[in-house]
Design a protein around this ligand. Structure first.
Ligand code: SF4
Length: 230
């Protein structure tokens, strides 16, 4: 099943369209409550652990890592096999263990607190230059650790946004990030991120989106085409 909206006649959306979508999702699921900010390095490592797994396994891996080692310096300097063993419940442990240690070596003694006040582009570029850190991970750190206005586009946000026609058909994840930032003018970046993920998990699922009961149906080209076809 295609995941995106029909490509014909696609035009860039306006910010008011995203605001209308968020208003409906707020009515359906409630307003997302921002969680307390974590320290930047904590958030960064947590996000690395979240890759290709669910929140529960990520949290188990993170908790085990923090319990096993007293500091990030200890994680950095430990035998990689010990880090790997600690994070095994999070999946892809061999890859993630190496990546975490590479990141911690690249950061050195920096606590990353300066990223809170650095120009957004500069902060994003710095994070993306760390080993294995891409646009989504950088956006997670900026949004969740500092409350900075960036919007991580994961597979749920990308799928839901594509079906709603927010992204150009075939847009890269990088382009989708830029588009979300443009569309989120006047909206809460945190709400935009969390609301689209919730919707992607609960209603606009990858294989069987429940368009007939979706509060966004009248705003959704993909849903309209799909419900009309049956
Ligand atoms: S109508 Fe709703 S569930 Fe269906 S594709 Fe659009 S956003 Fe997803």
């Amino acid at each position: 099943m295609p995941t995106a909206a029909p490509s014909l006649q696609w035009k860039p959306a306006q910010p008011r369209r995203l605001r209308a979508i968020l208003a409906r999702l707020r009515d359906a699921y409630g307003r997302p409550v921002p969680r307390a900010h974590r320290a930047p390095i904590d958030e960064l490592i947590l996000t690395v652990l979240s890759q290709n797994t669910n929140d529960r396994n990520r949290d188990v891996a993170y908790t085990r890592l923090r319990e096993r080692f007293a500091s990030w310096a200890e994680v950095r300097d430990a035998p990689v096999a010990e880090v790997e063993e600690a994070i095994r419940p999070g999946g892809l442990a061999p890859t993630k263990a190496v990546r975490i240690q590479e990141i911690l070596r690249a950061i050195g003694d920096d606590d990353l607190s300066w990223l809170e006040d650095a120009p957004l582009e500069e902060a994003r570029d710095y994070l993306q230059e760390l080993p294995g850190v891409g646009r989504k991970t950088a956006a997670c750190v900026l949004l969740f650790a500092y409350g900075r206005p960036d919007i991580p586009v994961d597979t749920h946000v990308y799928r839901v946004g594509s079906r709603l026609g927010l992204f150009r058909p075939g847009a890269s994840f990088n382009e989708a990030h830029d588009e979300m930032l443009r569309l989120a003018a006047g909206a809460s970046p945190y709400e935009a991120h969390v609301a689209l993920i919730r919707h992607g998990r609960r209603t606009c699922t990858a294989r069987a989106p429940r368009c007939w009961e979706c509060p966004l149906l009248s705003l959704c080209p993909y849903g309209k085409a799909r419900t009309k076809a049956r």
